[in-house]
Structures are given as C-alpha cells and as structure tokens.
Design a binder for this molecule. Structure first.
Ligand SMILES: CC(C)(COP(=O)(O)OP(=O)(O)OC[C@H]1O[C@@H](n2cnc3c(N)ncnc32)[C@H](O)[C@@H]1OP(=O)(O)O)[C@@H](O)C(=O)NCCC(=O)NCCS
Length: 158
C-alpha cells in the first residue's frame, strides 16, 4: 500500500535532480538502498546551495529522515528543494524525494522521503565564509517565493 502523509499530492519546491535507480543501487532485498536515496537528497541540496552561495559548501547537519514508500530498481527518482533558512554562513534547504514508475505518466508520483539539510559556505581552505550580500538581503523573498523569483530575472540580464 502506498502511504500518503501530510499533503502529499504534489511536490513542494523546484525540481533539482532527476535520475533512474539502477541495479547497483539495490539493497539485498532488491529494493533501492536507503543510503543511495540519502545521497541523492544531499547531492540535490548541495547543487542548490553551490548555485545560491556561488562557491563551495559543506554539509553540516541533516534532519531526521523517514522513508514512507520503497523505490524499486528502474524507478525515476526526483528531488525537489526549497530554501527555508538563510543565516550568516549557512543555508538550509528542505528537500523531498519522489519516485515515479518508468511506465507511468509524468504526474503519477509518490513521495518517498524528505528532510532539511543545512550547508555551510566555505572558502578554498574549508573555513566558513559569509554568504553573498544579495542572498542575505533578499532572504525573506527567497524563502517565501523561491529563489527563481530573484535570480531568474537577473540571469536573463547577464
Ligand atoms: C561546517 C564547518 C565549516 C563549520 O565550521 P565552524 O567554524 O565550526 O562553524 P559554526 O559552528 O560557527 O557554524 C557555522 C554555521 O553552521 C550552522 N550550524 C552549525 N552546526 C549546526 C547544526 N547542527 N545544525 C544546523 N546548523 C548548524 C551555524 O548555526 C552557523 O550558521 P550561521 O553562520 O548561518 O549562523 C565545520 O564544522 C566543518 O568543516 N565540518 C565538516 C563538514 C563536512 O565535512 N561535511 C561532510 C562532507 S560535505
């Protein structure tokens, strides 16, 4: 049975990563290994954090992860993310991982898991650095409306 928690009808945030689970990602039961799914969440969040902080980041903390539904080998795995906190050197991204059977329609997705991950911006020596000024200045708007609300327009002009 597929379990639906909270308001699990549609993903929240922007699509950051889309990939297919392969036999090498399976656990001994034949389903996809939870550790691989966790690494997809971290990779997705890191991509978003690199882009936003315009430099290197490291993962400092991961909130609780609960797996609600299994992923099968061959399923399409989609990671969605949205910024929920912008601090002085850190940024927190709320991530969701959804699965889609390869044979089903694009919108027939099931939520598998999700968590918040905090990244710290670092310099080339791994020392924390202050987040870019515009990111801190626009923190409310980015958290409320997504970062595209600010950067999509800017990138068009660049
Ligand atoms: C992350 C790291 C650079 C932090 O360095 P530090 O000088 O100790 O920094 P601080 O303790 O002042 O924390 C820096 C930021 O992280 C946040 N932070 C620290 N611990 C946290 C936690 N458990 N949960 C959430 N945020 C946390 C702080 O609130 C601070 O945010 P802010 O500046 O936006 O207020 C350092 O601990 C480190 O290199 N850790 C290893 C990272 C790593 O290897 N990750 C795995 C591979 S990417």
């Amino acid at each position: 049975m597929e379990i639906c928690n909270e308001k699990n009808d549609k993903p929240e945030g922007m699509l950051i990563l889309r990939t297919m689970s392969m036999p090498a990602n399976a656990n001994p039961n034949g389903d996809v290994f939870g550790g691989w799914l966790m690494s997809q969440l971290d990779a997705g969040g890191a991509m978003m954090a690199y882009e936003l902080t315009r430099g290197k980041v490291v993962t400092v903390a991961v909130d609780e992860i609960v797996f609600r539904n299994p992923v099968h080998v061959g399923d399409v795995v989609c990671v969605y993310g949205r910024v929920v906190h912008i601090g002085t050197t850190s940024i927190k991204i709320q991530l969701e991982l959804w699965r889609k059977r390869n044979t089903e329609s694009r919108t027939r997705r099931v939520k598998v898991t999700g968590c918040g991950i905090t990244y710290v911006a670092v310099d080339d020596n791994g020392v924390k650095r202050t987040l870019p000024h515009d990111l801190r200045e626009n923190r409310e708007q980015i958290i409320l409306n997504g970062y595209d609300s600010i950067y999509a327009e800017k990138e068009k002009d660049d």
